[in-house]
Write a protein that binds this ligand. Structure first.
Ligand code: AMP
Ligand code: MG
Length: 406
């Protein structure tokens, strides 16, 4: 049967992903950059803390530092306030039978083992009065509770988030060693393509994929080597791919990767290197191709803009992040309730553009891979495995776009 034949030899996405991730070793240089500029970059080392955080025990409250052994367990205790310790001031050792006025973030004086919050203390001139029931260690943030001196702070291959930058700053690092930005060549195949800003003649459409890919790559902190549009000829495709292999660390193309006579990408990759995988058991995006052009990793994404977006997110993104030096991290896939019914089964794994709201996912009404509005409307994708029907309320996998677009 025709519909069955067209599904033959398709690669499971799980296998494709495994291959892509295991092939994708870091291919870029290492550079040292100011911490200020490091958001989104990939760590090329695992920095070691030369100090503990916090560097000393300090108070988590505004209050009074005491030695609990000097406090009565049954009645009130009145102690002389022998010093005042604001944050940033080095404390003196606590005098016997006294307490210290202390503020949040100030270092705990030697000889003190608890801080009592000021709301629970009665101030009386130069004295403070404490009630019983205070435990050792109360309101003290211990030295090294966050990071211990000598520990490694973050793993090599981490993509630096704002919290990571804060961690690196907290151990005093002003610079950080990261991988240089991966250079990714993009080329849009198709004689029908015209750049926005021009007018359309009969048979033409505007090039959307170039803008989708540029946005996606910038979101990953990568550099775009834009090779523009490529005519649907073998000659032009060979020339563009050869140029891309020289100028970039990885190559992405869109369109021309299917089975028509006007589709030259697959054949040209075979001529210039190897085709390692072709055609996945997914919808949209079946004709994805993976290979190497003169040694440079290559992914041929299908031309329909929604297929370009989805296959980038599912397959190109993990591959490119691996080449960039990042540790592989699968996107969060959350089980959510289906807010729809689908009685028809298909043989490929389907990625529906859906919106998660009010505890369930609803699909965009037109799921055609030519309808990019589906992706702009959606806040994520829902996964329907092959040969699966969906009833309303069934648990279904949902990946928010926020997991995929950066
Ligand atoms: P192809 O895989 O080259 O047959 O392309 C599949 C469909 O996607 C065709 O309808 C193309 O016109 C369309 N397409 C290909 N490339 C682009 C592009 N860069 N922007 C918008 N649509 C495209
Ligand atoms: Mg085409």
């Amino acid at each position: 049967m025709h519909s069955c034949d067209s599904q033959k030899g398709l690669i499971d996405i799980k296998d494709a992903l495994e291959r892509l991730v295991s092939d994708a070793k870091p291919v870029v240089d290492v550079e040292t950059i100011p911490l200020f500029e490091a958001a989104g970059r990939v760590l090329a080392e695992s920095p070691v803390a030369s100090v503990s955080v916090p560097p000393a025990d300090n108070s988590s409250m505004d209050g009074y530092a005491v030695n609990t052994s000097e406090l009565s367990e049954t009645g009130e205790t009145r102690l002389f306030v022998s010093q005042r310790i604001p944050a940033g001031t080095p404390p003196n050792a606590l005098q016997k039978n006294s307490c210290a006025r202390i503020f949040t973030g100030a270092e705990i004086p030697q000889g003190s083992d608890a801080v009592i919050m000021q709301e629970n203390v009665t101030a009386d001139g130069d004295y403070a009065v404490f009630t019983p029931g205070i435990s050792v260690g109360e309101n003290i943030r211990c030295k090294g509770q966050d990071i211990k001196e000598g520990e490694s702070v973050l793993a090599k291959g981490v993509r630096l988030q704002p919290s990571d930058l804060g961690m690196l700053a907290s151990v005093g690092l002003a610079e950080v060693k990261v991988y240089s930005r991966l250079k990714v060549a993009i080329l849009s195949t198709g004689d029908e393509l015209v750049e926005p800003g021009n007018s359309l003649a009969s048979g033409q459409i505007f090039n959307s994929n170039r803008y989708i890919l540029t946005g996606l790559l910038h979101g990953l902190g990568m550099e775009v080597v834009d090779l523009g549009c490529v005519a649907d000829t073998e000659e032009a495709t060979l020339a563009a791919l050869s140029d891309a292999a020289i100028r970039a660390d990885a190559i992405l193309s869109t369109g021309g990767v299917s089975v028509g006579e006007e589709d030259h990408v697959k054949g040209c990759v075979e001529q210039l290197g190897q085709l390692n995988m072709w055609k996945m058991r997914i919808k949209p995006g079946k004709p994805v191709a993976y290979g190497h052009v003169k040694g440079t990793p290559f992914l041929g994404l299908p031309g329909n803009p929604t297929s370009t977006l989805i296959t980038f997110c599912l397959l190109a993104r993990p591959c490119l992040l691996g080449l960039q030096g990042a540790i592989y991290q699968a996107p969060l896939e959350l089980p959510v309730a289906a807010g729809f019914e689908r009685t028809r089964e298909i043989q490929r794994q389907e990625y529906l553009r859906v919106r998660f709201e009010e505890g369930r996912v609803v699909p965009f009404k037109n799921q055609s891979s030519g309808v990019l509005a589906s992706a702009s409307w959606a806040n994520g994708i829902a996964i329907v495995p092959p040969h699966t029907k969906v009833n309303k309320g069934d648990a279904i996998g949902f990946i928010p776009f926020s997991e995929l677009l950066a």
